[in-house]
Design a protein around this ligand. Structure first.
Ligand code: ADP
Ligand SMILES: O=C(O)[C@@H](O)C(=O)COP(=O)(O)O
Length: 425
């Protein structure tokens, strides 16, 4: 197997978003959880997305894990490695986008790194270095209230400069519209001025093709699914990959019971939970009791077991900014987040032991905790439920055949849970 593209994703939902995008662009892709063990049987593929849970951990650990993944991917022939970050640039001033980018670019010997979280299909656009979520700047979007990494600055040149040792520049839209050569030219100019990374504007889908073709000339790039799409298109256009259509057996029915877990507190997920209440029993967990370990998971599991035989159920810790703030004020941001993630992982484990084989998880960190607990080594990509969210089939899992959907908090329409269950039989 010689990889045409290597990818390192900083969370599991982000990885499935990227694997979905690459698959749809014609690349045979698998998503692995962590660096694959040598005995994991991988099908013949063009791209591997190594999923890390490195977005909200200590920067030095994120760097070490990313370098290990990079080494594995390059050892399998990947000339270009994309570091997949969130399309809303989720990070703090301590990292982890800047430190990981610096390390990967240093190892690859790249002079200047192309960086863009733009993903127009999900309404993430970048103009003059400013990230917009829909029609508002990042700092006015719901991401300002994210439980782990609230985003208060839309200017990504500034945001990345606070995290990176490299000087950060900008390739603006007026350059991007002139195509890959113009982008390459501008990057070379910036590199000549001692700039080590550049935020690249992208507003329309066509901008991604120019960016992907320019990025392929270097060894590392940083961005979300949009640049992944650009890279995939460039690989197909250059004849490095023969476009493949999606293998539909990836989401062939597994039967078994179905359940949904939500740990995301995004506005989109809160709305989706409210809609789900119309079609299935929904249990809203008491976050305070979850953090205190006061028997809340056992209560939830008993509640689910009673109902699962009659159809899917949804269990959610999700809450609005005021309630999240109150729990965090009492227990600390990280401790609260971690305790709730572990409680959701306990629940997932209990549900699977009870016979659940179709599991939908909302939230990136939440999905990471759940997939780790279930000890699933990798996924094949099935049909798309919503932009950025595919049906996943577990490969090499102790749980046996299982379908999952790992939903980024912000993704999916109001009926997401119903849409997912419809495609996961
Ligand atoms: N009621 C709550 N109070 C405080 N934190 C919560 C609550 N429910 C979930 N969380 C935490 O919020 C974080 C949500 O992050 P994540 O799962 O990545 O969702 P998203 O995809 O929206 O970013 C997790 O750490 C989760 O444990
Ligand atoms: O790029 C994106 O927006 C997603 O792929 C992603 O990374 C989402 O992260 P979470 O919202 O934490 O799931």
């Amino acid at each position: 197997m010689t990889l045409k593209l290597g990818c390192i994703a900083d969370d599991y939902t982000g990885a499935s978003d990227l694997a979905n995008t690459l698959t749809r662009a014609g690349l045979r892709t698998v998503q692995t959880i962590g660096v694959p063990a040598d005995d994991l049987a991988l099908p013949e593929v063009d791209a591997v997305v190594v999923s890390l849970k490195s977005r909200s951990i200590e920067a030095s650990v994120a760097v070490a894990r990313s370098r290990e993944a990079d080494k594995w991917l390059r050892g399998r022939g990947a000339d270009h490695v994309l570091f997949k970050i969130c399309s809303t640039f989720d990070s703090t001033d301590a990292g982890n986008i800047g430190p990981v980018m610096d390390a990967l670019a240093g190892d690859a010997g790249d002079g200047i790194v192309l960086v863009t979280p733009a993903f127009p299909e999900t309404r993430r656009t970048v103009y003059q270095g400013n990230l917009f979520v829909g029609h508002v700047p990042l700092n006015e979007s719901p991401l300002k209230d994210h439980p782990l990494n609230p985003m208060h600055d839309a200017n990504l040149v500034r945001v990345l400069a606070r995290q990176s040792r490299r000087r950060i520049g900008l390739v603006d839209l007026a350059t991007v519209v002139h195509g890959p050569e113009a982008v390459g030219h501008r990057l070379a100019e910036l590199a000549g001025q001692g700039i080590g990374a550049a935020i690249v504007d992208a507003v329309f889908d066509a901008d991604l093709s120019a960016i992907g073709a320019a990025a392929l000339k270097s060894r590392v790039s940083v961005g979300a699914s949009g640049i992944g799409l650009g890279l995939a298109r460039a690989l197909v256009a250059a004849g490095h990959v023969h476009s493949h259509s999606l293998a539909h057996h990836a989401d062939a029915p597994v039967g078994g019971m179905a359940a949904c877990l939500a740990g995301s507190c995004s506005q989109a997920t809160l709305q989706q939970i409210a809609q789900a209440e119309r079609i299935m029993p929904v249990l809203r967990l008491d976050a305070e009791r979850l953090v205190a370990g006061a028997g809340e998971t056992e209560r939830a599991l008993a509640w689910a077991v009673e109902r699962l035989g009659r159809g899917p159920v949804l269990i959610a810790s999700s809450a609005g900014p005021d309630q999240v703030g109150a729990v965090q004020a009492k227990h600390g941001r990280e401790a609260a987040g971690h305790a709730i993630e572990q409680a959701m992982a306990d629940l997932a484990d209990g549900l699977v032991r009870t016979g659940v084989r179709r599991l939908i998880v909302a939230g990136g960190e939440t999905s990471g905790a759940v997939v780790d607990r279930l000890n699933i080594p990798g996924f094949q990509v099935g049909r798309e439920i919503a932009a950025g969210v595919p049906v996943l089939r577990a490969i090499g899992a102790e749980t046996g055949d299982m379908l999952l959907a790992l939903k980024s908090g912000n993704f999916g329409g109001p009926q997401f849970f119903a849409d997912a269950l419809g495609l996961m039989q």
